[in-house]
Design a protein around this ligand. Structure first.
Ligand code: ATP
Length: 297
């Protein structure tokens, strides 16, 4: 029996721009995304039979074909290893339905793990290309490093790591349906648009203030109109000293940026009584890249 562990890191959208809607109903995106050091752990164990089994420690998650990790394993099994089964154990830490890409991160971790386990030698680009059918965030999660993401989510252009900073992440106790928010965003010309180029320039120059000045999320106002807490959390974060604060993905999670740990701690303390789920995290540097170099992918 062989066992492989993979980390599945949560993502945040430093910028999210909805450009237009394709005839197939999918959005054309332009997003700068990064990962933070809040992660699920995915353990893959080989089986004697050809079944794919998912086990999670969360009662809110499906453990059958509805789980994105299951779908990811099925995808590679059908193409490369029809007789080889695996058990996938997911230790969940990323908030669910939060806009932090938890399901996509788990699916991407399964793709990376099976690529190693079955010695498929697929490049990240080859894995990402297959990943789009699972969810628009999975290609990015295959890379799990700061990147510009365009197309329907399948074009991932890695960038430098973000300038050093702290993120305070607050998830209000409500779930958001991404499909509902996306259908309300069917006329992107009416939505606000971030300045993606400024975000990228801030990253390239390692200038946190410049990066923050270009940030924005086209979907924020839509979700905020349904869940008023989002606006209040953003305001509180700024009041306690965040350089900026915005929603990630389709929400409802909000993150604030601080240049120092003490400032992040102040924002965290200010939010604790107000929002039940608050985290202080750092950007995930390019650990996956290093891991891949070690494994020769
Ligand atoms: P998205 O914006 O893609 O919907 P999200 O980050 O807002 O993602 P997720 O935590 O990925 O939210 O969960 C979205 C949905 O995916 C939930 O309904 C959940 O039941 C389902 N799901 C399937 N597999 C997983 C998984 N492994 N982890 C979390 N959610 C999963």
């Amino acid at each position: 029996m062989t066992e492989i562990m993979e980390r599945a890191a949560a993502k945040i959208n430093l910028s999210l721009d909805a450009l237009y809607v394709h005839p197939d109903g999918l959005h054309e995106w332009k997003m700068v995304m990064t990962c933070v050091d809040l992660h699920d752990t995915v353990r893959i164990t080989t089986r004697r039979d050809a079944r794919i089994c998912v086990r999670t420690d969360s009662m809110f998650l499906p453990d059958d074909q509805r789980n994105l990790a299951f779908q990811a394993a099925t995808l590679l099994q059908q193409e490369f290893a029809p007789n080889q089964g695996v058990t996938i154990d997911i230790e969940k830490h990323i908030p669910v339905s939060a806009g932090m890409g938890g399901g996509s991160a788990d699916a991407a971790a399964v793709l990376r793990a099976l690529n190693r386990l079955w010695q498929l030698n697929l490049s990240r680009a080859e894995l990402a290309q297959r990943a789009l059918v699972l969810d628009s965030d999975v290609p990015f999660c295959v890379y799990s490093e700061t990147a510009l993401v365009t197309g329907r989510g399948e074009i991932v252009t890695p960038l430098q790591a973000t300038p050093d900073c702290w993120f305070v992440i607050a998830k209000p106790p409500v779930a958001v349906s991404t499909p509902r928010i996306l259908s309300a965003a069917s006329t992107p010309e009416e939505l606000p648009h971030p300045n993606t180029e400024t975000v990228i320039a801030g990253i390239q120059n390692q200038d946190l203030t410049l990066m923050a000045s270009g940030m924005g999320n086209s979907l924020e106002a839509i979700t905020e109109n349904r869940i008023g807490e989002i606006r209040r959390i953003r305001q509180k974060m700024k009041q306690f000293g965040a350089i900026t604060a915005q929603m990630t993905g389709s929400g409802p999670t909000v993150f604030g940026i601080a240049a120092t740990h003490s400032r992040a701690q102040r924002i965290y303390n200010g939010l604790r009584g107000f929002c039940p789920e608050v985290y202080v995290v750092r950007p995930l540097k390019n650990q996956l890249k290093e891991q891949e170099m070690k494994h020769g992918i």
